[in-house]
Structures are given as C-alpha cells and as structure tokens.
Design a protein around this ligand. Structure first.
Ligand SMILES: *Cc1c(COP(=O)(O)O)cnc(C)c1O
Length: 436
C-alpha cells in the first residue's frame, strides 16, 4: 500500500459529480465549487484532511450564497451603521425585492400594454406618507439627490457656512456640490447666520437656497441659525426655491428624536424640496428621496443626469414595501422599550453564564448612527463578555460585531432584532467552544 497521500487525493471530476457538490454547483456556480474542491484536495495532499472527508469539507466551506457579502449581527448599538449596510430591510421589503427581481412591470402598464410611468406605486406610497409633497422622485442616494438638485436648478447655491458638512469617510457636501460645476455662495459664519445673510446674497444667478441638516455634530454656545419656516417666509416672492437636505429620512416628527427634522414638517414649514436618505431612519433600501413642488420635481426628472442616478426595480419594490408594510426593523429598534431590552440581556447573560461564561447584563447607550442625532443617546441594555471575545466573534460562522468599552466586549441589544437572540447566543457559545 502506498503511503503517498497524493495517490489518495480524489479526482476533481469524481468530486464534481458527487450529487451534493453537483447540487451546490447548480446553486452557487461551478467555479466557486471547483475552487473549494481544489483547496480541499490541497489539504489532503498536505495531510490535513482525510481523502474521504473532501465532500463534507467542501460543503462546510462553501458560502451560503454566490455573493461574498455575509449576514452580520449588528450588536454595536448603532442602529444605522453605514459599515454594516445601514438599515436592515423588513421581511416584507425582502419579499418585495425577491418578487421584483425577475421580469417585472416596473415601466409597463399591463392594462394597456403600453409603457407606464416608472415606479409609480413606490412614488405614490411616498406621497401618501408625506401629504405635504406634490410630487416625488427617487435616486441612488441622498448624495445623488444633492448632485441632481445642484445640476438641474443650476446657478449659484446659497448655503450657510455652518452647514458645509462632512458626512463621513471624507464625503463633504460642499465638494460634491462643487463637483457638479455649481458655485457655492457661502453666507454667515461658522456659528451664526441670519435671515439677512441669505436674502442679501440673492441675485439673478441664484439657483436655490440650500439648507443642510448638520446631522452628525452640534454647535453650542453663541450660535444662531435660520429655521426653514423663517427662511421660507424671507424668500417668499423672490422666486428662489428653498431646498432642505434633512438626511435622516424621518417621515414625521418622532417622539424619541425630538430634534431630528422630518420630511412632512419641513415641507409644511415652506421648503420647496426636501431630500433624504432611504436607508437611515426610514429603514428602507439605499435611496435618495426628493419630495416637494411638482414643477421642481419635474425639472429634476427631465434633466439628463436623472437617467444616470435613477434606481432599479428592486429598490423601488423595497421602498414601497417599507412605506406600506409593517414597521421596518430600524423603526422597531428606535421604539423598543429599555425594560424589554434589559429582559433580553438578562435572559441571554443567564444562558451564557449557565454554560460557564463570564457573561453579565449591563445598561448601555445606543445611538442612531448614520450621522443622525449625535447628541441623543438611546438607553439600552447589553451583554457584557470578557474583552477577548470581540475579535473571534467577528470571525465566527455568523459574524457578530459588538464593541469594546472599559476592558469588556459589549453586545448591545437595541440594534439586534429580538428574533436574532438565539443566533447571538449560539455565536458566543461557538467562540467559547473554539477556545476550550
Ligand atoms: C447621510 C446624509 C447624506 C448622505 O446620504 P447618502 O444617502 O448616504 O448619500 C446627505 N446629507 C445629510 C444631511 C445626511 O445626513
């Protein structure tokens, strides 16, 4: 008998013909499976894997889908975490995405067989949710909405110096606006701006006045800004439109976030257009929402750049289902009672402690994130574990992202849907098992 393991390596053809691997190839694509097979064969050659274990090894290492993005449990306490894909879609939105993914009637009127308006159902869901708006369009994200507004309304944009905001990862709103060829007319100072600063800056070349919600910072002390209602009144009769970027995407005032602007109130206060993201507090897909005066929305829709920024059928489907369907996860997380979070943390900690782990339930502070409500911590509860858990938890079969504070790893439950508590416990136990 040969002791050379290379002779025992199962052949690629034989392996790919195995029913379980053929199944996987049909689901994930032949290339992915072939790559995993080659890696397993190499492990056999290296003596790390028994020849009979190749199929099971390949199956265990294959990803769940043909895409590399993996589902992650967000235990950071940051409800809208940009690095974790912002808002998780509701089950209703996921179903709508799946249904819209194939061939669909996104731009066809099935009754007449003619071309229909694109995404009409999603737009009417938006208008139902924000009755102060006459019309709406949806583009790729809020940055795209800003670029479209700056390009299509043209001319000079008047903006307060205190609202020249950097959102994150080096994304600066003034640089985006200038990249479209628009000139910025900055008014006021870093900490103070008055109505007269705006009205004094208007001229024949003014395209619009832009107000940007400084989502991710506050200026305190000797400050002054001009509210939308005051600015709208000051611009009345000038013909210059007032555009307000509210960022967070709240449809209405929210009792938990009293300082966060919303679309309905901003329009009712007199803004001509409001812009917001779809995947922040609205809890939907990545999108840029533009709502307001019908003539201005029509100008945006007619501009050639709109064609480059418009969204696809799955985004429209997810947006409509988010607006019409049951409460999306982000909204549920925002509304969760801290007492319920403490009960969940207590139950999880008890479960983990029963397995011999140093786990405790502690109070914590969650945040909206995504550049929203920076000064507004949300009372929360977390499972506290020894610090060395943080790294391995990210590398498990179901990655968990928490955070480290005061020498402990904290898993905040406000950003974890209650239906995922079992998965969270299983992930922690898996890490503990790997260590023992
Ligand atoms: C988040 C944010 C943006 C950028 O939104 P995206 O949808 O990420 O492009 C723009 N403006 C404000 C005020 C924001 O808060």
């Amino acid at each position: 008998m040969s002791a050379d393991p290379r002779r025992a390596v199962p052949r690629t053809d034989t392996l790919l013909a195995d029913p379980a691997l053929a199944d996987a190839a049909a689901r994930l694509g032949r290339d992915l499976v072939r790559t995993a097979v080659r890696a397993a064969q190499q492990r056999v050659r290296d003596g790390d894997l028994a020849p009979g274990g190749v199929v099971a090894d390949v199956l265990a290492r294959l990803p769940g889908t043909a895409a590399g993005l993996r589902p992650v449990l967000n235990a950071t306490g940051v409800l809208v975490h940009t690095n974790l894909g912002r808002a998780p879609l509701s089950p209703a939105a996921v179903e709508a995405v799946v249904a819209a993914s194939g061939t669909t009637d996104v731009e066809l009127d099935l009754a007449t067989g003619r071309r229909g308006p694109r995404g009409e159902a999603a737009l009417s869901a938006l208008l139902d949710a924000v009755p102060a708006a006459q019309a709406a369009i949806v583009v790729n994200n809020c940055a795209a909405a800003l670029a479209l507004v700056a390009t299509a309304l043209g001319g000079e944009l008047v903006i307060a110096r205190g609202e020249l905001v950097e959102i994150g990862d080096g994304f600066r709103i003034p640089e985006l606006l200038e990249a479209t060829g628009t000139r910025l007319r900055e008014v006021g100072t870093t900490n103070r701006v008055a109505l007269g600063d705006y009205t004094g800056a208007l001229g024949p070349g003014t395209g619009a006045v832009l107000k940007v919600h400084p989502s991710n910072f506050v200026v305190r002390g000797f400050t002054r800004s001009v509210a939308v209602a005051e600015l709208a009144a000051g611009l009345a009769g000038t013909g210059v439109p007032l555009v307000a970027d509210v960022g967070s995407g709240l449809l209405r005032p929210h009792p938990v976030l009293p300082d966060e602007p919303d679309l309905q109130t901003t329009l009712a206060d007199g803004a001509d257009l409001v812009l917001a993201s779809g995947d922040k507090l609205l809890g939907g897909p990545q999108a840029g929402l533009v709502l307001g005066r019908a003539d201005l929305v029509q100008r945006l829709r007619r501009h050639p750049l709109y064609r480059a920024l418009r969204v696809d059928k799955t985004t429209l489907a997810a947006l409509e289902a988010t607006l019409r369907g049951p409460l999306p996860p982000v909204q549920a997380m925002l509304a969760a009672e801290v007492a319920d979070l403490r009960v969940r943390a207590g139950a999880l900690a008890a479960r983990l402690a029963a397995a011999g782990l140093d786990a405790r339930a502690v109070d914590s502070a969650a945040r909206v994130g995504g550049g929203g409500a920076p000064e507004h911590p949300l009372p929360s509860a977390a499972v506290s574990l020894p610090e060395p858990f943080a790294g391995p938890l990210r590398l498990g079969a179901r990655p968990v992202v928490g955070y480290v504070a005061d020498g402990r790893t904290l898993l905040d439950l406000r950003s974890v849907p209650p239906s995922s508590d079992d998965d969270l416990a299983a992930a922690v136990l898996e890490v503990a098992r790997r260590w023992t």
